[in-house]
Write a protein that binds this ligand. Structure first.
Ligand code: ATP
Length: 308
């Protein structure tokens, strides 16, 4: 296998500046063939710029960029039929019907997918004859998704694919993304929904101020062993050493504000019982108890803290 065959996308040292603003400041990443790859980051982090360089819509100032072994800017003509792009909004003729729009796009590709089948896959069969201007926000998103898929692309770029979708449409879109991946399609996804990234992506980069600040699988990013956190309220001034000894988790008990406590631990089932028993034994109340696993959202917020 030649070195490039494993990777659908290889980016090294990508830079892009608009006037004085350095939107992308040296991003490097590789996307394997057949994986769902997430690019996350706060508003203005440089995600869209990066993706648009990969799609061949923007020219990088510096860096080496290969998509399916091609330079998206200078070899765009060869690349475009092999990729699918879901645009965030706008660009479609408002007067055309859904099915007409899809049929129009099939003309751009050899071996395009069947428009009726594609409409069914994105759940738009009932809106086939609806003019584009009358589609709801979520329906418009689904049409954009169908248009990205019409040429049976090897790589699909999905920019916030489920923005504005209701929960059912969102779940259907997740299933569709997984089905595409199972067929060997490579998917690059930007999203602001961290649960979506955690559930769908094989690997993720978190971008902030035009740089990659973290990379890995969702499990790697959230810590290999799922960590749990227990928060509870009780009376202020509990004896923390006695509490830690009682629940068997030394050094992991912190107070936040008066009477607010936080415990970080590897698992929570036994802990909650031990905690309740200890508080009962010392005559302290147990209020507002909550437990949860460390999520990608916690990691994201920590890494991009200064933008909050
Ligand atoms: P969002 O999550 O809000 O979509 P993003 O991570 O996709 O953000 P980009 O759209 O890539 O971020 O923007 C990165 C930075 O570059 C921002 O500060 C933005 O204002 C700036 N920028 C983007 N496009 C242009 C442009 N055409 N001209 C000038 N500045 C731009």
């Amino acid at each position: 296998m030649d070195a490039g065959a494993q990777w659908a996308i290889e980016v090294a040292g990508l830079e892009k500046t608009y006037g004085e603003r350095r939107a992308v400041d040296g991003i490097s990443l590789c996307v394997a063939r057949g994986e769902v790859f997430g690019i996350l980051g706060p508003n203005g982090a440089g995600k869209t710029t990066t993706v648009e360089v990969l799609e061949g819509y923007r020219r990088a100032d510096a860096g080496s960029i290969r998509v399916l072994g091609l330079d998206p800017w200078s070899e765009g003509e060869a690349l475009r039929p092999r990729i699918g792009v879901m645009l965030q909004s706008g660009g479609l003729s408002p007067g055309l019907r859904t099915i007409e729009t899809l049929r129009l796009y099939t003309a751009f590709y050899d071996g395009a997918d069947d428009p009726e089948q594609l409409l069914a896959r994105v759940g738009l069969t009932d809106a086939a004859r609806t003019p584009v201007r009358r589609l709801s926000g979520g329906q418009y998103q689904r049409l954009s998704l169908a248009l990205a898929l019409v040429g049976r692309p090897e790589v699909v770029f999905l920019d916030e694919p489920t923005a504005g979708m209701d929960p059912r449409a969102r779940a259907a879109t997740w299933d569709l993304v997984r089905a595409l991946r199972d067929q060997g399609t490579t998917i690059v996804l930007t999203t602001h929904y961290l649960d979506e990234a955690e559930s769908l992506c094989d690997r993720i980069v978190i971008v902030d101020h035009g740089r990659v600040v973290a990379a890995g699988t969702p499990d790697e990013l959230t810590g290999a062993a799922p960590r749990h956190e227990i928060r509870f309220s009780s009376r202020p001034g509990l004896d923390l050493a006695a509490l830690a000894a009682a629940i068997g988790v030394p050094l992991a008990v912190c107070t936040e504000d008066a009477g607010e406590y936080r415990i970080a631990a590897a698992s929570d089932a036994r802990l909650v019982g031990d905690l309740a028993a200890h508080l009962l034994a010392v005559g302290a109340p147990l209020d507002a108890l909550s437990t949860g696993r460390t999520t990608l959202e916690d990691v994201f917020l920590q890494l991009t803290e200064e933008d909050a």
